[in-house]
Write a protein that binds this ligand. Structure first.
Ligand SMILES: N[C@@H](CCC(=O)N[C@@H](CS)C(=O)NCC(=O)O)C(=O)O
Length: 214
């Protein structure tokens, strides 16, 4: 066993990496780093990831941090994962064009809304109405610019972009009833489609238990 994943199952970037490793049947060892208990900030963990964030991946002493880089590293080092980032240049372009939007919009607003709804943000930093508008605007762009009528973000087969995106959006879909996904039927159908995958469904269970939706 050469791969070690430092992770927390309640973290969506971590779940995307777990999904890829498990879908591609790549052997790995998991090391739990509980971010609610502050374990991402211990001196030992900061030697693994000086950013103090999960996930981090260690491959025979080589460490990669940031989940998008980890997903790409796994694809580049394991043939069995390449179907999740196929060599076709147009498919790759569709994946590549999604990631900046993922980081500055989908992840940013989803995290803010999910933490705000759980009252886990500092007092005065969560305005529900603004957060809600940001989420709706982000979902609207996700729907009309990135997903459109495609089965998955890059076409007929799901890719690492879907794994990153769905793990963020699961948080809204299952835990924040104020976001009405009926306004975005294509996004709703895409989430349900991915949720049917047994690996993806299994990986989200700890989060569903955490929010009382298991
Ligand atoms: N940009 C990073 C984000 C990672 C991240 O925000 N991880 C959170 C958990 S979801 C974390 O480790 N938080 C710990 C902390 O803030 O102390 C990625 O894509 O991997």
């Amino acid at each position: 066993m050469t791969l070690t994943l430092y992770y927390d199952p309640l973290s969506s970037p971590c779940r995307a990496v777990v999904n890829l490793l498990e879908l591609a049947k790549i052997p790995y060892e998991k090391k739990l780093v509980n971010f609610f208990k502050g374990e991402t900030k211990t001196p030992e963990y900061l030697k693994i990831n000086p950013l103090g964030l999960v996930p981090a991946l260690e491959d025979n002493g080589f460490i990669v941090v940031e989940h998008e880089a980890i997903l790409r590293y796994i694809v580049n080092t394991h043939k069995e994962a390449q179907i999740f980032f196929p060599a076709d240049v147009k498919t790759q372009a569709l994946v590549d064009q999604y990631y900046p939007f993922h980081h500055y919009s989908v992840r940013r607003f989803t995290l803010h809304h999910a933490l705000g709804s759980l009252s886990a943000l500092p007092e005065g930093t969560f305005d529900k109405e603004t957060s809600f508008k940001d989420i709706e605007s982000s979902l609207g762009k996700f729907d009309s610019i990135f997903l459109q009528d495609k089965r998955y973000l890059a076409g007929d087969n799901f890719t690492i972009a879907d794994l990153s995106a769905v793990n963020e959006l699961f948080q809204l879909y299952f835990a924040t009833p104020d976001v009405d996904f009926n306004k975005f039927p294509r996004v709703k159908a895409w989430i349900e489609r991915l949720f049917e995958d047994p690996v993806i469904k299994e990986t989200i269970q700890p989060f569903l238990e955490f929010v009382g939706k298991a």
